[in-house]
Design a protein around this ligand. Sequence first.
Ligand code: 5GP
Length: 249
Amino acid sequence: MRTREGDGAMERDAESKLYEGKAKIVYATGEPGVLRIEFKDDATAFNGAKRATIAGKGELNREISALAFEELEAHGIPTHFLGRLERRSMRVRRLEMIPVEVVVRNVVAGSLAQRLGRPEGEALARPVVEFFLKDDALGDPWINATHAEALGLASAGEMRQAEALALRVDEVLVPWLLERGLRLIDFKLEFGRDAGGALVLGDEVTPDTCRFWDAATGERLDKDRFRRDLGDVTGAYREVLRRLEEARA
Ligand code: 5GP
């Protein structure tokens, strides 16, 4: 059965759950090559050791990610985003995901601060790209592109392309966010292959997967509020969305 947009009942009839992760559920729709992603209110940190439900997070993350994907598409970066569905969901292209997390860093924070013993907030002279194997049981270990190639996760060409695309994403998002009073400290991307084998940005771009600091005060407006018990997680995510929407109006 073909899915018709706007007909929720029909969509549900044809749907089946493909995968449930920590922050999202992926459904097959009746439409070939199209999935529905539902953003959950659940939050986890430290590889699932810390868990909570944060009311409203799913809806906020769906919209923040939709706006980010639209901005990236407008700059010619291929993403899986196809459109919004009701409340906490979006329509996306089905991809064959590559189990590698691609992290881009503009400023020292988080695990880089710990690993290299540098203070959080130190600006990096150029963006740094890092790869991590997506494997909860191993705690997402740091790998390089030759590991990905040797383990058969992605070709050398795909890893080069993932790095180049990640740096392009950084180039687009840094000024877009700065105009809205947000400093993009670092972020994590995931890529997949479309039906033709081309590399496409998947997953999400949200305060769960990016560090956003208020450009004026340095206040953290991202998941570090949850990880570090800084309070008012929903308020911070709502503030990110407010700034993105305000600039559009
Ligand atoms: P770090 O390596 O400092 O923990 O994370 C660097 C950046 O990538 C942060 O913006 C962080 O939110 C994001 N990141 C890295 N790994 C993960 C992950 O497994 N899940 C999520 N949600 N974000 C991640």
